[in-house]
Design a protein around this ligand. Structure first.
Ligand code: ADP
Ligand code: MG
Length: 219
């Protein structure tokens, strides 16, 4: 079943939104009658975190050429993510891909993968302004500094750690905005910082079809 691709700046709230979509879809499936074709769907949340990909792969500045070729690189990370999506995506599975997904060629590749298994896909743009997202990272950097200067153990999970400032700016600089006119970015849903939730009903109807229709076919 469908592939839902999150996209947005670092610390824009992608993980928060991916979790909301995940919860919504699980609840929606469990409320379907057994006769509904989507009632046996499984939902998977895939992210760097679930695949144990460390933040450092996005850190271009601290690596020289030699280190980059030997260490896990962003390219390797993408191969891991691609493998996971390919393995999970089927006509019985909904995959939510939580990540920056900031390269349009990469989103095109994911779109082709959905087409290859004859399922629907959509892009959810977490449209948090740069200044707001930067503020979240700056707060995390400040908290990490306080923790290290007071000798406290940092108990935050990898997902809650800040990006190094240069790495964060670099990811924003390289970010390729989704474009609803491009077929790989369409349908495109946008969620803004102040929205309580992403437009989950619309996402479901677009990808799975309204409950009365009994599921959507891909053409
Ligand atoms: P990302 O996955 O894009 O790096 P996160 O989802 O981890 O970002 O969010 C970063 C921080 O901002 C988290 O502490 C999260 O709880 C908070 N946050 C994210 N989106 C919102 C929002 N719309 N309103 C309030 N806080 C938010
Ligand atoms: Mg995240």
């Amino acid at each position: 079943m469908p592939l839902i691709i999150l996209t947005g700046y670092p610390t824009s709230g992608k993980t928060h939104r991916a979790r909301q979509i995940h919860t919504y879809i699980k609840e929606r499936i469990s409320s379907l009658p057994e006769s509904h074709p989507a009632s046996t769907q499984r939902v998977h949340l895939v992210s760097d975190h679930t695949l144990s990909i460390p933040r450092e792969v996005y850190n271009l500045e601290s690596k020289d050429q030699h280190e980059r070729s030997n260490n896990a690189s962003e390219k390797d990370a993408r191969a891991t993510i691609y493998g996971a999506v390919k393995r999970l995506l089927s006509n019985r599975d909904i995959v939510i891909l939580d990540g920056a997904n900031y390269i349009k060629g990469w989103r095109y590749q994911l779109y082709c993968e959905a087409k290859a298994v004859r399922t629907t896909h959509c892009v959810v743009h977490v449209g948090t302004p740069v200044s707001q997202a930067r503020g979240v990272n700056d707060e995390r950097l400040a908290a990490a500094k306080t923790a290290s200067s007071s000798g406290e153990d940092d108990t935050r999970s990898e997902e809650e750690l800040p990006y190094e400032s240069g790495c964060w700016e670099n990811l924003v600089f390289r970010y390729e905005e989704p474009n609803a006119m491009a077929r790989w970015d369409s349908p495109l849903f946008t969620v803004l910082w102040d929205d309580p939730t992403p437009p989950c009903d619309a996402i479901w109807d677009e990808l799975v079809g309204s409950d009365a229709e009994g599921g959507k076919k891909v053409v």
